[in-house]
Write a new protein. Structure first.
Length: 456
């Protein structure tokens, strides 16, 4: 029997069937998608992952890999049938090695992102991936969704942080390419197949990550603006003045920061009056570069900003970032909203926001826009809170995605596809792209046992 075989593989501490214990793992982070599972298994090493997948393949039973379960598209939640096996990577949380001289680190998939960041700091290095859920999300999930976060403008997405990868295929075989090389053209770059595939092509079990030198002192500023268009022009101005020293450039509406102050104790904006929009900016202080303060003074002289508060110390900087990282929690406390993780070219962001305002005012005048995002890389979380009892959710989402396409953007920027956005992929990706995706899925998972119903 499959369950008995799985229990034997992981041992007494590696499985759960109790409904109460399973409950938090079967509900997506937003509380919108409820699943069920035959059993949850938590392997302690890659050999156990391989044995689990092989056992499920023999039984024709689907496997759903799960990390910290912090995703926004229900990509790590089993379906409601109760016939799927939930494979939690949380026990595989070792940092296997840090090579400071090579600026690399080898970690297992269940490592908490924040622990990786701290380990890098302890070695005098810097790991660039950073996002709001970093205290609970796991690196395997970050890579499986090609997570973005706040530092993409300087360092790129999760994909850019990977030197090597270890993954388990649908037949249980292990593909290990945990090399720590910057240059390697020996054949196809196989790791890129699994990054962003959400566990549908293979289960990521470990990775070799790219580290950077410690950036040193940083300057953090919170800037008040009258319009989103100011943010786009300010970003261009500061890129010219500060070169590549900008690490993060976050756009947040005044309404959103109002939600944070309402629901998150101890948070407050440093301004006497509120503004329609804010930018939270972090830049590395590099020798020879203009200071952030001087660059902001120049922006004020040309009326690109209304007001600015530059953090005087790390405590103030952390307080600013706490407000940014608390947005998802505050939004959830306020109530459900239609979530749209979209991206458009930075040059067309103002156009998208202006047209979006017009679109929403015509479709649902009483809707509340909940907008924030990583404007430095064109990624916006364009969420819409509808009036109670409204049935316009699907219509609004469809219209927003059409506007995104018209402005040269993507309906999925950093949260992935999961099950929530699956139906939109064929609509907004060319026929040849979808055909190739399906060819890859059939080749690597012919029996469709790896996270079925997700992505493609």
């Amino acid at each position: 029997m499959l369950i008995d075989r799985l229990k034997e593989i992981v041992g007494p501490k590696g499985w759960v069937t109790d409904p109460v214990e399973l409950a938090p793992r079967l509900l997506d982070w937003r509380g919108a998608v409820q699943g069920a599972a035959l059993i949850q298994v938590s392997p302690s090493d890659v050999t156990q992952v391989s044995d689990i997948v092989r056992a499920c393949a023999d039984a024709g039973v689907a496997v759903v890999p799960q990390g910290g379960n912090t995703g926004m598209c229900a990509g790590a939640v089993p379906d409601g049938s109760g016939t799927q096996v939930l494979l939690s990577l949380g026990r595989m949380n070792a940092i296997r090695a840090i090579d400071s001289a090579n600026f690399s680190m080898e970690v297992e998939a269940g490592c908490i992102l924040e622990n990786i960041q701290q380990a890098a700091v302890g070695a005098g290095r810097f790991f660039a991936l950073s996002l709001g859920a970093e205290g609970s999300c796991q690196i395997g999930g970050n890579l499986a969704t090609n997570a973005g976060g706040i530092n993409v403008v300087k360092y790129g997405t999760a994909r850019a942080q990977v030197l090597g990868l270890e993954a388990v295929l649908a037949d249980g075989s292990i593909v290990s390419s945990l090399r720590s090389l910057r240059k390697d053209t020996a054949g196809y770059d196989l790791k890129q197949l699994f990054i962003g595939s959400e566990g549908t092509l293979g289960i990521i079990s470990a990775a070799t990550l790219k580290l950077y030198p410690d950036p040193g002192p940083r300057s953090t500023a919170l800037i008040a603006l009258q319009s989103s268009g100011q943010a786009v022009r300010l970003f261009a101005h500061l890129r010219e003045r500060l070169s590549d020293s900008i690490e993060a450039f976050e756009l947040v509406s005044g309404y959103v920061f109002g939600l944070v102050q309402k629901h998150i104790p101890g948070t407050a904006l440093p301004f006497a009056t509120s503004a329609p929009w804010y930018v939270l900016l972090q830049a590395v202080a590099s020798e020879g570069d203009e200071s952030l303060e001087d660059a902001l003074l120049g922006a004020a002289e040309t009326q690109l900003i209304d007001d600015a508060a530059v953090a005087k110390n790390s405590a103030e900087a952390n307080a600013f970032w706490r407000m940014r990282h608390s947005i998802a929690e505050a939004e959830r406390a306020e109530g459900k909203a239609q979530k749209h993780d979209i991206s458009v070219p930075v040059s067309r962001l103002e156009e998208f926001l202006l047209r979006g305002d017009e679109l929403l005012s015509k479709m649902v005048p009483d809707a509340q826009l909940v907008a924030f995002g990583h404007v430095g890389d064109g990624n916006l979380h364009y969420n819409v809170a509808l009036p109670d009892g409204s049935n316009d959710g699907q219509r609004v989402t469809d219209a927003i995605y059409e506007l995104v396409a018209e402005t040269g953007g993507s309906f999925s920027a950093e949260h992935g596809i999961g099950s929530v956005k699956r139906k939109y992929l064929p609509r907004y990706r060319g026929g040849s792209e979808i055909a190739l995706m399906r060819t890859l899925k059939r080749a690597l998972d012919p029996n469709n046992i790896l996270n079925p119903g997700k992505v493609i």
